[in-house]
Design a protein around this ligand. Structure first.
Ligand code: ZN
Length: 222
């Protein structure tokens, strides 16, 4: 809505009259400010009409006449005094410059994330290296152990990620941290699980290859 529509829609004349100090009786009658009125002869509701001097109009006419303002200025005054928002309203906003403190906090927060990402990927890489050795296929194995497969699939990629985190630009590192953040919790769980029982699988020698290969079905989302 434009200024005029918005003001007329939001502010009934009776509200403006009372706001600017005119006493309105319960029946909506008031002493007319536009002629010398001893008995209330002006009716105010959404609009106004004086039965004495025949002044008549909407809230913008009312305020314009009351303060000697052009319709536009009267409407602007009403918008300001009643907090009316309208199309094209210029609102003053402080320049959004983050404070040094919030910048520092953001940098610290990021560093924490990057450190976590680096630590988890390092631990995962160690795990993958162990798996590659410990679960290397034996001549009698029909299937490759899934952890050996995972090691083969992921080692190069994880090494690449770590290399980027060590020597990449801030932009490259941020991209990796952002992309890998969602996988970290899953990796941490996985690492913790293997920490608890040690990387060596105690069942290794007692399981035939086929059964062993079904023991770690959970796919890693990386
Ligand atoms: Zn009048």
């Amino acid at each position: 809505m434009n200024l005029f529509e918005a003001v007329k829609d939001a502010v009934p004349t009776i509200a403006a009259a009372e706001h600017y100090g005119i006493e309105v009786k319960r029946n909506g009658m008031a002493c007319c400010p536009f002629h010398d009125d001893r008995t209330p002869s002006m009716k105010v509701d959404k609009r106004f009409h004086c039965f004495g001097c025949q002044e008549d109009g909407d809230v913008i006419d009312f305020v314009g006449k009351l303060f000697g303002l052009s319709p536009k200025r009267a409407a602007e005054k009403l918008a300001e005094d009643f907090g009316v928002r309208y199309e094209g309203l210029q609102t003053w906003q402080p320049q959004r410059r983050p404070s040094v403190i919030s910048k520092l906090a953001a940098a610290q927060e990021y560093r924490k994330k990057e450190n976590r990402c680096y630590r988890v990927l390092c631990e995962y890489l160690h795990l993958l290296r162990d798996w590659k050795e410990q679960y290397a296929p034996q001549p009698e194995d029909e299937d490759w152990h899934p952890l050996f497969c995972e090691a083969l699939q992921k080692m190069d990629y994880v090494e690449y990620l770590l290399d980027e985190l060590i020597s990449g630009t801030l932009e490259e590192r941020t991209a990796i941290v952002k992309e890998k953040e969602k996988d970290l919790a899953g990796l941490e769980k996985k690492i913790a699980a293997f920490d608890r029982r040690g990387t060596a699988d105690p069942q290794r020698d007692s399981f035939p290859g086929k059964m062993r290969s079904t023991r770690f079905p959970e796919e890693l989302a990386m």
